[in-house]
Design a protein around this ligand. Structure first.
Ligand SMILES: Cc1cc2nc3c(=O)[nH]c(=O)nc-3n(C[C@H](O)[C@H](O)[C@H](O)COP(=O)(O)O)c2cc1C
Ligand code: SF4
Length: 464
């Protein structure tokens, strides 16, 4: 199997089919090494590597683990039972990296989870995944079984006396499943509704016990750090964000696809060198890193891809999913898509969020249709100011950042919509990815999303 040297996670082009394949390329060497270290030494190495979570927020993984490890008693004064939860929800439009990684190599994730469980001292580790991800569930089930049978997971792992089980929990096809506190609710058998602000999983997580929730890519990176060391990891990427990331590149480029690159590579390199740039006679107009962050105008595509640089422009790295739009796309329509998505996904626990996302969506629709006025624009901007930070979770703030930034970056386009409505006929599907055809570099979007949400009763709360 030919290896690609500048990558960490997607080193082999062909998917690993069996545990034997994984062992042949040095699989589980890192777990063996970790088991010979003290748990706190493992955590110290991850801290030293400055591994930052790949699920969106970029929180330092070692600090999270140390926080969970430090909890000796629960809030009833009983000995704490610590948990590890792997966030395999991947519900954000424009992102596919976790499913891609599982499809290429589920074993590194399992090894990373075993190392994390040992370091944190967990009683159980759970992969929480959407039940609609049938292909990835089958891959994970088979890999877990193989690893258990071969003694790499389960009881007395590698004769060390450590019990490191991994289970799978299934969740609904909802964006909020990925919100860490909503995910814990789902594992406990409840709807995907985020817990109140201030309830931090590190202290009060699954069943009220200290819990580390980590993303698939974060955990898959762990074995490489343990095997090759924190200094090696820090020699890749930037000081702010060492390592690599698997970027999902969707939209108006010649070669959409999945690209693992060192952190600090510019967005322009990702789009032009890897994605083949804009199509003939067109130019890039704007890029979205999911519905979470401010829109990136073409003038900022030189920005290095790391958490700090992306925050400074100001936008965000998010989970590394980039949706590119060229000059034939209507950016208001793109924003309307995200707004509709967030309004549907809003769980409704916070009135400000459910009604606010609905009101903004409605006004964006009016602007798109050509019946919106200057007053609608003003009220969207006011709404964005008032709603920011208001709900239990970040979803409502995402709406305000995304839509507010479109109005700020593209004022002429907004003025044009007040006067004429949308002049760009081109339809824009919501880039909620269902699958990826590697041979043709084609993403398959979930085209039935809006209809299905309506049928399921997950609707936009339009103003009366
Ligand atoms: C609305 C919402 C959706 C999210 N969806 C995901 C997701 O699909 N996958 C993920 O790993 N993190 C998601 N997150 C972030 C998680 O809450 C959490 O920060 C993350 O799983 C922590 O893992 P990490 O430290 O490895 O990044 C989401 C957050 C919010 C507010
Ligand atoms: S902010 Fe929105 S999505 Fe988050 S808990 Fe409140 S209503 Fe639900």
């Amino acid at each position: 199997m030919a290896a690609v040297l500048d990558r960490i996670l997607l080193v082999h082009e062909e998917p690993l089919q069996t545990l034997e394949d994984y062992l042949a390329i040095g699989g589980f060497r890192a777990l063996k090494k970790a088991l010979a270290m003290k748990p706190l030494e493992v955590i110290a190495e991850i801290k030293k590597a400055n591994l930052r979570g790949r699920g969106g927020a970029g929180f330092p993984t070692g600090i999270k683990w140390a926080g969970v490890r430090a909890q000796e008693i629960d809030d009833h004064g009983m000995p704490a039972k610590r948990y590890l939860v792997c966030n395999s929800s991947e519900g954000e439009p424009g992102t596919y990296k976790d499913r891609y990684l599982i499809g290429k190599n589920p074993y590194t994730l399992l090894e990373g989870m075993a190392i994390a469980s040992y370091a944190i001292g967990t009683v159980n580790a759970i992969i929480c995944i959407k039940e609609v991800f049938k292909k990835e569930i089958a891959i994970l089930k088979r890999a877990i079984k193989e690893c258990q049978e071969a003694g790499y997971l389960g009881e007395n792992v590698l004769g060390s006396g450590n019990t490191l089980p991994i289970e799978i929990a299934f969740g609904p096809d909802s964006y909020l499943l990925g919100e860490d506190r909503a995910m814990l609710e789902v594992i406990e058998g409840k709807p995907a509704w985020p817990r109140a602000k201030g309830i931090i999983p590190v202290y009060y997580g699954l069943w009220g016990q200290p819990t580390s929730v980590n993303n698939v890519e974060t955990l898959s990176t762990v074995p490489h750090i343990i095997e090759k060391g924190a200094d090696w990891f820090k020699s890749i990427g930037t000081a702010d964000t060492p390592g690599t990331m698997i970027f999902t590149l969707v939209g108006d480029v010649n070669r959409p696809g999945m690209y693992e690159l060192p952190m600090g590579t510019s967005l322009k390199t990702l789009i032009e060198e890897y994605g083949g740039g804009a199509r003939a006679d067109r130019h890039i107009q704007a890029v979205f890193s999911g519905p979470t962050n401010a829109v990136i105008p073409a003038s900022k595509i030189d920005t290095p891809l790391d958490f700090k640089s992306m925050r400074e422009i100001p936008s965000g790295l998010g989970s590394g999913g980039f949706i590119v739009y060229d000059n034939t796309a209507c950016i208001l329509k793109a924003g309307l898509n995200f707004s509709r998505f967030l309004a549907i996904e809003s769980c409704g626990q916070c009135t400000s969020c459910k009604t606010g996302t609905g009101r903004i969506t409605r006004k964006l629709e009016l602007l798109e249709q050509g019946t919106g006025t200057f007053l609608d624009v003003m009220s969207i901007l006011e709404e964005c100011q008032h709603l920011k930070g208001s709900g239990r979770c970040f979803l409502v703030t995402e709406e305000t950042i995304e839509i507010g930034s479109i109005f700020y970056q593209f004022p002429e386009m907004i003025a044009e919509h007040i006067e004429f409505g949308c002049l760009k006929e081109r339809p824009l599907p919501l880039p909620k990815i269902k699958d990826f055809d590697e041979a043709t570099h084609t993403f398959i979007f979930d085209e039935a999303y809006y209809d299905r949400s309506f049928i399921e009763g997950r609707r936009i709360n339009y103003p009366a």
